[in-house]
Design a protein around this ligand. Structure first.
Ligand SMILES: [Zn+2]
Length: 370
């Protein structure tokens, strides 16, 4: 069932509750943000998520999202090298590599020079690496961390880059078909198995140990939406991999988690779809922050590649400001700024207004790498 729009009442008393419960969490969090460097990094991207997606979801569910409770926040600009409005290829590339590129390109500069991603740089330092997404693993955002391509739609070439990467230890997502039903007739899963990868379809079945790389394919194509029955693998897979890597990764780890379908809900101007995907992503954020609070050496950075849908929150009825509802202004991406939330060692560097390419350097800096 999909509602085309949410109309909900927000009472003044609820707004007071929302404001007052945002403070106590931060005090204890600040105490942990000393001058230590971050051994572990959890980088979370809500595709198509800006302020209205967050506030609209909070209105709909009547409570503050976990990401908004973090003690540090900032704002980033998202334009690409060639367009005022970015796509997820150039947006993902900016976040993953620190370089602006043209729309549609993956982990390459605008002149088509391939550049290393932050995941690859951390792998070279001996950190374990993982990606968990609610779309096909070959889609633009995850691809920006592992593959290099002038065209984000070259899914089979991107799958080959995943298969041949020596920098990725674990991934969870969809798009099995790009690994096995290929024009070149290669079976990348067989090739990966020969190189020590193990594959599972169900999170509960997956065995994680230090000697093998592990991938979970949740779908042949893209995993379905939450509303259409997708499991909570984004949060559970995040928690499972954090637990696994905290045991095994002596030099720490880098993990990227994407709430991929927030963007698709924005394209569809579908507020029920949007709220469900935002909650799913925020549950993963909670798993990440819960881990980081206990661990003390983990930086969590939550941001977005761009806004989708031109969403605003407007009055629910003519001249009645006591109720609000979603109002989408486009079926495409927009140029508006998006938020950054951070917690853990080095998180204090994520305040202010800056460009999306700076996130890359801020994370490296927090880890003591630059
Ligand atoms: Zn999009």
């Amino acid at each position: 069932m999909k509602l085309n729009r949410f109309v909900f009442l927000v009472s003044l008393s609820f707004l007071f509750i929302l404001t007052s419960c945002s403070t106590p969490v931060s005090d204890t969090m600040h105490a942990e943000n000393t001058t230590k460097t971050a051994k572990n990094i959890i980088f979370m991207i809500g595709d198509g998520m800006s302020y209205a997606q967050i506030e609209g979801t909070e209105n709909a569910i009547g409570k503050q999202l976990e990401m908004r409770k973090l003690p540090v926040s900032g704002t980033i600009t998202t334009h690409s090298a060639d367009k005022r409005i970015t796509d997820s290829g150039a947006g993902g590339t900016a976040l993953a590599t620190g370089f602006k590129t043209n729309n549609g390109m993956i982990s390459m500069k605008a002149d088509s020079t391939a550049v290393p991603s932050i995941l690859e740089l951390f792998a070279e330092d001996g950190k374990q690496t993982a990606i968990v997404v609610s779309c096909g693993i070959t889609h633009a955002t995850p691809a920006s961390f592992v593959a290099k391509d002038i065209n984000r739609n070259n899914y089979e070439a991107i799958a080959k880059d995943f298969a041949e990467s020596e920098k990725l230890n674990y991934f969870i997502g969809g798009a099995r078909k790009h690994f096995v039903k290929r024009e070149d007739n290669r079976n990348l899963l067989e090739e990966m198995t020969a190189r020590g990868w193990q594959f599972f379809d169900v999170l509960e079945d997956a065995q994680f140990n230090a000697s093998t790389n592990v991938a979970l394919f949740m779908a042949d194509e893209h995993p379905v939406s939450v509303i259409d029955g997708r499991s909570d693998f984004l949060a559970k897979g995040t928690a499972k991999l954090l637990e696994t890597m905290s045991r095994q990764a002596e030099n720490g780890f880098f993990m990227m988690v994407e709430g991929s379908q927030i963007d698709w809900a924005g394209h569809a101007n579908d507020s029920a779809y949007l709220v469900a995907e935002m909650i799913d992503f925020d549950n993963a954020a909670k798993a990440a922050v819960d881990f980081a609070k206990k661990d003390g050496e983990t930086l969590v950075v939550i941001t977005a590649d761009h806004e989708t849908g031109g969403l605003t929150i407007i009055n629910g009825n003519e001249n009645d400001y006591s109720s609000v509802r979603f109002n989408f202004s486009t079926g495409n991406h927009t140029s508006v700024t998006v938020p950054v939330f951070a917690f853990g060692p080095g998180s204090e560097n994520f305040t202010g207004v800056y460009d999306n390419t700076e996130i890359f350097y801020k994370i490296l800096n927090a880890s003591g790498k630059e």
